[in-house]
Design a protein around this ligand. Structure first.
Ligand SMILES: [Fe+2]
Length: 144
């Protein structure tokens, strides 16, 4: 996959995660409701920003970012979950596997950007990887 194709897949995943994290934010139940409710809010705010930043980075290279929900649904590799009551454990394990997936994709894009001497994208995705590392550490501590 080209750098732009990978970045478009990433944009599509950010769009799906924005919706999916709202689902988890609204439907989590249990004693840790407030902590997980706030954590998922921080994450969807962050993915909303990434969604816009990466799309604009694609524009800067003269390419076209995916811009319709139809395209997001066909390109995304993150799967949605049906709404129900989610335990805090369930939410954390869903979020953990999705962040791991996004971290892998970010690493792949970073490599492609490096090969293309796209230093802006290298810096952007290195930041994303650091952010995923921080949140994955939070999750691993919460799951103990
Ligand atoms: Fe909210």
């Amino acid at each position: 996959m080209s750098k732009t194709d990978l970045m478009n897949k990433y944009v599509a995943n950010c769009a799906v995660l924005n919706v999916k994290l709202h689902n988890l934010h609204w439907n989590v139940i249990g004693q840790q409701f407030m902590a997980i409710h706030k954590f998922t809010e921080e994450l969807y705010d962050d993915f909303f920003e990434k969604f816009d930043d990466v799309a604009e980075k694609i524009k800067m290279t003269g390419e076209m970012p995916v811009s319709t929900i139809k395209e997001y649904m066909s390109l995304a590799s993150i799967e949605e979950v049906s709404p129900k009551d989610f335990s805090t454990q369930e939410v954390l394990s869903i979020v953990k596997s999705n962040l791991e997936h996004m971290r892998e994709l970010a690493m792949e894009i970073r490599e492609a950007a490096d090969k293309a001497d796209d230093f802006g994208a290298v810096a952007m995705f290195e930041d994303h990887v650091s952010g995923y590392d921080k949140n994955l550490w939070f999750i691993s501590v919460m799951l103990k």
